[in-house]
Design a protein around this ligand. Sequence first.
Ligand SMILES: Cc1cc2nc3c(=O)[nH]c(=O)nc-3n(C[C@H](O)[C@H](O)[C@H](O)COP(=O)(O)OP(=O)(O)OC[C@H]3O[C@@H](n4cnc5c(N)ncnc54)[C@H](O)[C@@H]3O)c2cc1C
Length: 381
Amino acid sequence: MNFLNSEQIMWRDSVERFVDQEIGREYIRQCDMDRRHPDEAYQKIARMGWLQLIFPEEVGGDGMSIFDYALMVEMLSKHGVDFGVAITLPTFTAMNIALHGTPDQKREYLQPFFAGELRFAVSISEPDAGSDAANTRTFARLEGDHYVVNGQKMWCSGSGIKNTVILMLVRTEKTEDKRKGLSVLMIPNTAPGLTIRPLNTLARRSIITNEIFLDNVRVPAGNMLGKPGDGWKIIGGEHLLLERVCVALGYVGAAQGAVSDALRYAQQRVQFEKPIFEFQVIRHMLADMQTQVDAARLMAYRAADMASKGEHCRKEVAMAKLFASETLQTVSRQGIQIMGGYGTLPEFDMERHFREGMQATIGGGTSQIQRTMIAQEMRLG
Ligand SMILES: Cc1cc2nc3c(=O)[nH]c(=O)nc-3n(C[C@H](O)[C@H](O)[C@H](O)COP(=O)(O)OP(=O)(O)OC[C@H]3O[C@@H](n4cnc5c(N)ncnc54)[C@H](O)[C@@H]3O)c2cc1C
C-alpha cells in the first residue's frame, strides 16, 4: 500500500518492531487472561515519549498529525485492539484538556500525564444513557465553590487504575433540549463518595470497565472543563471524532493480525496429507479476509487524513469506524473457523480478537448509530 511516504512507513515499522520486541504478544495475552492493566508497557511507552506525540507544541507536545498518530495505533493493536486502547484512551481523553482547558488546568494535568504519572478515563455512559448519550442524569449542583455530584455512570473503561482522573459528562442544568445543560467535570477516581465497581465484560479485560456510583462527591468548581453547558460540544463532537479515528485504525491493525495468524496457521496445519491452505475453500476465505482488511485500512486512512487536515469528516469517520469494527468481527470469526478447535484457545489469540471484535461494534457508538450518522450526512449532501 503506497499511500504512506517513506517517513511514515519507517514510523509504522518502528512501532511494529517495538510492539514485537519490547512488548510481545505473550505479555498482551497474559494481561487479558489475568484482567490486569498492561502497566509495564504503558510506562515503556511513556518513556519513549509517545504519550505526548499528538499534543500541540504550546502545551509541551510534539504536534504530530492525527494521521501519523493513527498509524501508531494501528501497529500497537496488531496483537489485540484492547492493548491499543489501553495505551491510547488516556491520550485522546487528555486531548480535551489541551483543547478546552485553562492555562492552569493544562499545567496541572498535562505534564504529569506525559510523564506517565497521571491517567485519564472518559465517562459518558449511564444505565439510561447509552446510544442516547445526552440522556445524562448524573447531576452536579453548584454549592459555593464546589460542585456536589450524585448519580451513576456505566461502562467507564480504565477508571479504576491508580492516579486516574475521570472526565465525566454530568448534567449541571435541567433543560428542554437535553444536549444543553451538560458539562464535563474532572474527578479524581479517589474522590470521597465515589465508588468504582469492576464489570465482568467480554472484552476490555486488561483495561477493566467499571460502573461508578456517586454519592455527594464534592469537586472544586475549577475542575470544570470548558464552561458550564459545554459538555455536549466537547464530548459529543471532537472527543468522539478523535476516538473513532483512533479505534478504527486499531481495528484495522488487529484485523490484519488476525488474518496473518490465520494464514500462517493454514500454511502449517496439515490434514489429509496437505496444508489446509491447499483447500480452495480455505484459500478463498483468506483472500476475502485480506480484501476486507485492505478496504477497511483505506477507509480508515481516508478518515484519519481528513481529520488531520481539519476537514468535515463526520461521515467518513463513521464509515471507517463501522467498516473496520465489522471487519475485525468478521475476520476473527472466520479465523476461528480456519483454526478449528485451536482457534478457541487463548494461546492462539484468535478468540481474543473475536471477543474484542464483538466489543468493537458496540463501544464508541454502535454500528447502528454509525449508520444513522452516515445517513444524516448523506441527507445533508
Ligand atoms: C466493555 C465496554 C467498555 C465501554 N467503555 C466505555 C467508556 O470508557 N466510557 C463510556 O462512556 N462508555 C463506555 N462504553 C459504553 C458504550 O459506549 C455503550 O455501550 C454504547 O454506546 C451503547 O450503549 P448501550 O450499551 O446502552 O446500548 P443501547 O444504546 O441500549 O443500544 C442497544 C441496541 O439498540 C440499538 N439502538 C439504540 N438506539 C438506536 C437508534 N437510535 N437507532 C438504531 N438502533 C439503536 C443499538 O445500536 C444496540 O444495538 C463501554 C461499553 C462496553 C461494553
